[in-house]
Design a protein around this ligand. Sequence first.
Ligand code: AMP
Length: 282
Amino acid sequence: MKIYYKIDDFLDARSKLNSKKIILVPTMGSIHEGHISLINKAKLYADIVIVTIFINPIQFNSSIDYDSYPRSIEEDKKTLEKNGVDILFCPSTPEIYPEKFQTSVNVRLFSEVLEGKFRKGHMEGVATIVTKLFNLVRPDFAIFGEKDFQQLLLIKSFVQDLNIPVKIISGETIRDNEGLALSSRNEKLTNNEKTQAIQIIKSLNLGVEKIRSGEKESDKIIKKIRDYLEDFNLIQIEYISIRDVNNFEKVHQIDRDVIVLIAAFVGKTRLIDNLIYRKKNG
Ligand code: AMP
């Protein structure tokens, strides 16, 4: 695996790959099995798998959250190498955001709801860094996890709006044995918090089962999930929402494929998760 830290060095290497199909896997590091599953799926699409590790300051709405985000670059390098990544690109913050930097990519629908509403500037920060990575890497494909579903739809949306010639692939959410969606942030959970964090997917399953058994009113499903989670004292819900899985519109009567999304603090750690309900399976 080749590793590049400087944009110029990376671009030099990239210019020698013009005849190859390239797929990009953007990450913020602290590599876990969720990232690895994206890398394994990525190999099916292209000749060269390029992983980026960049903890993007402009997508954090608190500097404490940014400073305390887990970092494990040396271990990450070994894991990525072992998993057959061709190129790792980890640029520095000043190279990505020089002092004069003043441009941002804003996708209105996504910056105003859920992750965009509760983490001001987050969606814009994501859209901006992903656009920059697309311009630097010029991949044929890029792959993103369904775990961050709003992010996935945001990216699909601006790629279409701005005619960016990258095909967006998605990867399913990887969970631990107990159902907790893998996340770099899970490292910060204490044992007690982890036991409660597992309830998040349980509550989502409960909600989707209720839809399958005939309840079609979103408000009732949301209340059911909220009531279930209320019993767990370390969980503080930020939002629960039911949206159209394709266009992300809020759904009141569940008459199509929907996604149930949650954000909650477990202790001091903010987690997000989601579960899709498909009508044909209902
Ligand atoms: P991150 O490093 O958290 O920014 O994530 C990098 C990529 O990995 C994003 O596309 C995430 O959606 C994806 N990802 C994170 N956690 C998981 C997971 N548990 N399963 C699948 N993909 C994931």
